[in-house]
Design a protein around this ligand. Structure first.
Ligand code: SAM
Length: 261
């Protein structure tokens, strides 16, 4: 066990997380399928269609500028480009994949080579720490900020939310897909058993790296509840609709959204 919260500075936490993802980058995509029984694909598809990237009432369609933070190997960014091009026939949607980890970005770049040329042309990669986004990400410059299965790893979540707020345009949307809390006690018991025993074991068998997967499970456990996280989003200045979140698979994952007024 990494003892993540045991007196580590933010810089040390960030460094540990970097270590975890450097060691899992190559096996990351395969492990996602194994750990979630393929569910992560369904959640990601749902997340992206709920955001409907590229939707525009105008002809020609309005350009959109999207930032996918902790974008890793590109799962969300690639889905958004596909959706914008195929569903909304809007080729004028640019997506920046940013991630603190260059190993994850390198795998993403390699994967992006199999995208259609029109999608590769509007995709860019930018190493960045979500809690201190680079100067090149100007205030009020993005229409949509996405973060999927990334925010629980950030050393300072309120600061990352403030950065999201800063770079979004007024009317721009913050959208997060993250593991969350399961309400049903029976489902929760099954889920806990799988995550605390199954996932580290599969990590050990497939990658020889039990500790990284143990860390991932513990970071899910420490992440706030749906309501607590929604309140953090509101505290950062965002406006939320309804409950401010949507549970997926009984709360195994949840989508949170907020709009910058
Ligand atoms: N969004 C991708 C997906 O859904 O497949 C990748 C998710 S992966 C579980 C989490 C990612 O968060 C890793 O690529 C990791 O490098 C990144 N990450 C962790 N801490 C970060 C930080 N402070 N700033 C930016 N990215 C970070």
């Amino acid at each position: 066990h990494f003892g993540f919260e045991d007196g580590l500075s933010e810089a040390e936490k960030t460094e540990r997380v970097a270590g975890v993802f450097h060691s899992v980058a190559e096996s990351y995509d395969k492990m996602n399928d194994l750990m979630s029984f393929g569910w992560h694909r369904i959640w990601k598809d749902h997340f992206v269609s709920s955001l409907n990237p590229g939707l525009s009432p105008h002809n020609p369609p309005t350009p959109q500028n999207i930032l996918d933070v902790a974008g890793g190997t590109g799962d969300i960014a690639f889905r958004m480009l596909h959706h914008a091009h195929q569903v909304n026939a809007n080729p004028d949607v640019s997506v920046t994949i940013s991630d603190i980890n260059t190993s994850m970005l390198a795998v993403g770049k390699q994967r992006s080579l199999s995208l259609p040329a029109s999608q590769q042309a509007v995709l860019s990669f930018q190493p960045a720490d979500a809690t201190v986004l680079p100067e090149s990400f100007k205030p009020n410059s993005f229409d949509l900020y996405t973060v999927a299965f990334g925010i629980r790893n950030f050393s300072n979540i309120p600061q990352a939310l403030r950065e999201a707020y800063r770079v979004l345009k007024p009317g721009g949307v913050f959208a997060c897909l993250e593991f969350s809390k399961v309400g049903n006690p029976l489902l929760n018991a099954v889920y806990k058993r799988w995550s605390f025993s199954g996932i580290p074991l599969v990590g050990q068998l497939v990658t020889g790296d039990r500790d990284s997967y143990q860390y991932l499970v513990e970071s899910i456990e420490r992440f706030p509840t749906q309501e607590e996280f929604r309140d953090m989003i509101v505290d950062a200045g965002f406006v939320v609709g309804g409950d401010g979140y949507e549970n997926l698979t009984g709360g195994v994952a949840a989508i949170h959204k907020g709009m910058k007024p």
